[in-house]
Design a protein around this ligand. Structure first.
Ligand code: HEC
Length: 152
């Protein structure tokens, strides 16, 4: 495990083990905020985006996301919301800011409870939680986000 991921895991573990004491919780939030800002410094240009999406598709398949999410606009009886068209929901939420929308996806996948999604606050939500994911490396997560962003 690379040191940054270890720190993240420790920060998250500590935040929950210490009964969510405010200082630790804030440290974990800041750590994830920073990773998202550093990894996603700008919206990827077209050519880079295309290659990131290819990598991102494999990260999606290799990370168990398919157990709970369809990549179309139909839920198909899965536990999580369908991910087709997710960028439209992000653009709506972040006033058409394509960079903030991508960063939010990054943060949400790292820690879904700390960075709750629109779905968790919608009437369709029935209380199933998405597990946090500390295993995916920042660079892979950037590719995964680009893949999700372009799901039609
Ligand atoms: C065990 C089931 C499960 C797994 C595995 C899972 N998710 Fe989720 N996901 C959910 C649930 C349930 C929600 C809605 C509640 C929430 O936000 O926690 C959700 C929410 C989301 C959202 C926010 C959607 C919205 O409109 O708010 C995104 C994006 C997402 N998941 C992507 C992923 C990705 C990418 C992976 C793989 C790394 C993944 N999920 C793995 C169950 C899962």
């Amino acid at each position: 495990m690379r040191p940054p991921l270890l720190c993240l895991t420790l920060a998250v573990l500590c935040a929950s083990a210490c009964g969510g004491s405010k200082g630790d919780a804030n440290a974990a939030t800041r750590y994830i905020e920073q990773a998202a800002a550093t990894s996603l410094a700008a919206v990827p240009a077209a050519e880079e985006s295309a290659s990131l999406r290819e990598t991102g598709r494999n990260v999606f398949r290799g990370s168990g996301c398919e157990m709970c999410h369809s990549i179309t606009r139909q839920r198909n009886g899965m536990a999580g919301p369908p991910l087709g068209g997710i960028s439209e929901r992000m653009l709506e939420r972040y006033s058409n800011d394509a960079l903030e929308g991508r960063r939010w996806l990054f943060k949400h996948i790292r820690d879904p409870r700390r960075f709750e999604g629109p779905f968790a606050n919608s009437p369709d939500y029935r209380g199933a939680f998405m597990p946090p994911n500390g295993q995916i490396k920042d660079e892979e997560l950037r590719a995964l986000v680009e893949f999700l962003w372009h799901l039609p």
